[in-house]
Design a protein around this ligand. Structure first.
Ligand SMILES: O=C(O)CCC(=O)c1ccccc1C(=O)O
Ligand SMILES: [Mg+2]
Length: 368
């Protein structure tokens, strides 16, 4: 494979409803749409870095810098046998996983299109449908939260994740359980907002039988998580702490989690995502696909990766209309049945780019 040209379109799209986590509030999502060109085809992906380094160390600007200075010049003069070569060639670049992933995932889409197969098939996915859930931010009021939960349950979403932070935690989980009972698949995501000093609060959550608690402790920790997991009945799921196959191996070995959230961007691309998936499968650790408030392009990649067999827990890959007034893809990501998204069979990601919508939200473009 020869990459003939790379294009970055920087977009800013307003979210239908603002999204609050323990690290801040997002009202509009700024991101980079990546296009890679080769043999008459175009592969698309999304760089999911955020505008500030609050989720991980990257920002949109840092990702663009790393891509422009260290990835693109080499990429444009290199012949790849398969998309897997990308992560080998650029393994010398430490971290900056979202910068790598934006380009690597676009190459996977290009590869699948050049070979006339779906991205799901190219990755070795074997599911025709995936189960999906929703991630609900910290709502201003309990009543507001309950209303959102009710709406998403009516749409059939198969997992309800609510964001928590110190002071907005036990009472929220309790309220959801009291209103909707113990049969709904409920979990909480703390985005690293607690420490072991909060053990008593975290233990109180056990009584509400959450399917998991996601990343309760520091973003760079696996040691305290392993101590915490020994104190909790609720399974811990790691998100922020897992950047690589090695991180996953160590966390599993230490008993720091029982579940892993795989985000393609956080781990540096689809090749690494697949490797972590395979390791987890071998070790009996179920995985699910997390989200970064993606546009339809990033969402399409999430759908494809979630079609791999060990993605046994519904992911945060919700329908387009949970996020956007208009998505940049055609068709929208929709629930084909309650809580189900059908994995496209068309070549590549299986969704077309809506250039009219891209143009509407475009901040700047650059071609290499
Ligand atoms: O709906 C989604 O895309 C998931 C949203 C979400 O939970 C999230 C969004 C931005 C950054 C981090 C996270 C997270 O999973 O921790
Ligand atoms: Mg998370």
């Amino acid at each position: 494979m020869k990459i003939e040209k790379v294009k970055f379109d920087r977009l800013k799209m307003p979210l239908l409803s603002s999204f609050q986590t323990s690290f801040g509030t997002v009202t509009a999502r700024e991101f980079v749409l990546v296009s890679v060109f080769g043999e008459g085809h175009v592969g698309y992906a999304e760089c999911v870095a955020m505008d500030a380094p609050v989720y991980n160390e990257e920002t949109i600007d840092s990702a663009l810098h790393v891509a422009e200075q260290f990835i693109i010049p080499k990429l444009l003069e290199t012949e790849l046998d398969t998309p897997e070569d990308f992560s080998t060639i650029f393994s010398w670049i430490r971290k900056n996983n979202m910068a790598k992933s934006g380009i690597e995932s676009a190459i996977w889409d290009l590869y699948a299109k050049q070979n006339g197969i779906s991205l799901s098939k190219a990755l070795g996915g074997n599911k025709e449908e995936i189960e999906v859930g929703v991630s609900i931010g910290i709502e201003p009021t309990v009543e507001g939260l309950l209303k959102k939960v009710e709406g998403f349950l009516e749409e059939g979403y198969k997992k309800i994740k609510i964001k928590i932070k110190p002071g907005v935690d036990v009472e929220r989980v309790k309220a959801v359980r009291e209103r909707f009972g113990y049969d709904i698949p409920l979990m909480a995501d703390a985005n690293s907002a607690y420490t072991l000093a909060d053990l008593e609060t975290l233990k109180q959550l056990d009584q509400y039988k959450l399917i998991m608690i996601e990343q309760p402790l520091a973003h760079d920790d696996i040691v305290d998580h392993s101590k915490l997991q020994r104190e909790l009945e609720t399974p811990i799921c790691l998100d922020e702490s897992i950047h690589s196959l090695e991180d996953a191996r160590k966390a599993i070995e230490l008993g720091s989690c029982k579940i892993i959230n795989i985000k393609i961007g956080r781990v540096g691309g689809l090749t690494q995502a697949k490797k972590i998936h395979d390791l987890c499968q071998e070790k009996g650790i179920p995985v699910w696909c997390g989200g970064m408030l993606e546009s339809g392009i990033g969402r399409a990649h999430n759908i494809a990766v979630a079609s791999l067999s060990n993605f046994t827990i519904p992911g945060d890959t919700s329908a387009s209309k949970k996020y956007w007034a208009e998505d940049i893809i055609e068709p929208d990501v929709v629930l084909s049945k309650p809580g189900i998204v059908t994995v496209p069979k068309e070549p590549g990601i299986g969704y077309k780019l809506r250039q009219d919508v891209v143009d509407k939200y475009l901040l700047s473009s650059k071609v290499y």
